[in-house]
Design a binder for this molecule. Structure first.
Ligand code: HEC
Ligand code: HEC
Length: 233
C-alpha cells in the first residue's frame, strides 16, 4: 500500500502543469507593476504610450512594434530580427534588460527574483488576448541570462587568447568600433558581453548567425573574447 501511495505521489509530482495554469500570482504582480513599472508604462484598457510603450497585448507581439512609439535602434533591430515577446523572452528582458537588448533605452536595472518576475508576468498576461491559452514555462525550466551559473561569469578571460579567436568575429565587427550596420562590440563591460553571448547561445536573442557563432564557443572562449574586445576603444 505504501509503495502504491508513493508511486501515485511521484506521478502527481512529475505530471506537467495543465495548460494555462498559473505559476505566478497576478495580485502580487500588480503591486510589483505599480511600484517598478508604472512610472513609465501603462497597461490595460485605454493604456497609452508614456516614457515606455503601452504593455497590453504584449504576449505574442513583436518587440518594438507599438505604433507611434519611438523605440531605440537596438530594440527596433531586435524586433526586425524576429524577437517576439513570450514568457521566456519577457522573463529575460525584465531580469536584465541590457543582456537581451544591449542598447535598450529602458533604464531599469532589472528584477533579480525569478518568483517576482513570475508574479509580474502572470499580471501582464491578463492584458493579452486569450490569456489562459498562453503557456507559461515552468520557472525552473527557464533559461534566463542572469541565472547563468555565477561560475561562468567569474571565469577570467585571457585577452591574448581572445585576440587569437577574434579573427572569426572581425570579418563582420570592426576592431575600430565603427558601426556600419553591424553593431560595435568594443569597449563593453565584460559582464555585458558575456551575458549577450550567452543570450545568443541560449537562443533568447534571435539572430541566427550570432546564435551559430556563440553556440560554437566554449565558456572560456566567450570570456576570452569579452576580455579582448573590452580592451579595444
Ligand atoms: C524608467 C522608465 C521605465 C521603467 C521603470 C520600465 N520601463 Fe519598460 N520600457 C521603457 C522604455 C523607454 C522602453 C523602450 C525601450 C527601447 O526602445 O529600447 C521600454 C520597453 C519595455 C518593453 C518592450 C515593449 C515593446 O513594445 O517591445 C517591455 C516588455 C517593458 N518595457 C516592460 C517593463 C516592465 C515589466 C517594467 C517593470 C518591471 C518596466 N518595463 C519598467 C521604460 C521603462
Ligand atoms: C557574419 C557576420 C558576423 C560574425 C562573423 C560575427 N558577428 Fe556578432 N553580430 C553580427 C550581427 C549582424 C549582429 C547584430 C545581431 C542582432 O541584431 O542581434 C551581431 C551582434 C553581436 C553582439 C551583440 C551586439 C549588440 O549590440 O547587442 C555581440 C556581443 C557579438 N555580435 C559578438 C560577436 C563575436 C564575439 C563574434 C566572433 C566569435 C561575432 N560576433 C561574429 C554579425 C556577426
Amino acid at each position: 500500500m505504501a509503495a502504491r501511495t508513493a508511486l501515485v505521489l511521484a506521478l502527481a509530482l512529475a505530471a506537467p502543469p495543465a495548460a494555462g495554469e498559473a505559476f505566478g500570482d497576478p495580485e502580487r504582480g500588480e503591486e510589483l507593476f505599480r511600484r517598478q513599472c508604472a512610472s513609465c508604462h501603462e497597461v490595460g484598457e485605454g493604456a497609452t504610450n508614456r516614457v515606455g510603450p503601452r504593455l497590453d497585448g504584449l504576449f505574442g507581439r513583436r518587440a518594438g512594434a507599438v505604433e507611434g512609439f519611438n523605440y531605440s535602434r537596438a530594440m527596433a533591430r531586435m524586433g526586425a530580427d524576429g524577437l517576439t515577446w513570450t514568457f521566456e523572452t519577457l522573463d529575460a528582458y525584465i531580469a536584465n534588460p541590457r543582456a537581451l537588448v544591449s542598447g535598450t533605452r529602458m533604464s531599469y536595472r532589472g528584477m533579480a527574483d525569478a518568483a517576482q518576475r513570475g508574479d509580474l508576468l502572470a499580471y501582464l498576461r491578463d492584458f493579452s488576448d486569450k490569456p489562459r491559452d498562453i503557456p507559461e514555462a515552468e520557472p525552473t525550466a527557464l533559461k534566463t541570462v542572469p541565472d547563468l551559473d555565477p561560475a561562468i561569469l567569474a571565469i577570467e578571460g585571457d585577452p591574448a587568447f581572445g585576440e587569437y579567436l577574434s579573427s572569426e568575429c572581425t570579418t563582420c565587427h570592426q576592431r575600430d568600433g565603427s558601426d556600419q550596420g553591424i553593431p560595435s562590440i568594443t569597449g563593453w563591460p565584460e559582464e555585458d558581453f558575456v551575458a549577450a553571448m550567452h543570450a545568443y547561445k541560449q537562443k533568447l536573442r534571435p539572430h541566427p548567425v550570432m546564435q551559430m557563432m556563440a553556440g560554437r564557443l566554449a565558456n572560456d572562449e566567450i570570456a576570452a573574447l569579452a576580455a579582448y574586445f573590452a580592451t579595444l576603444e
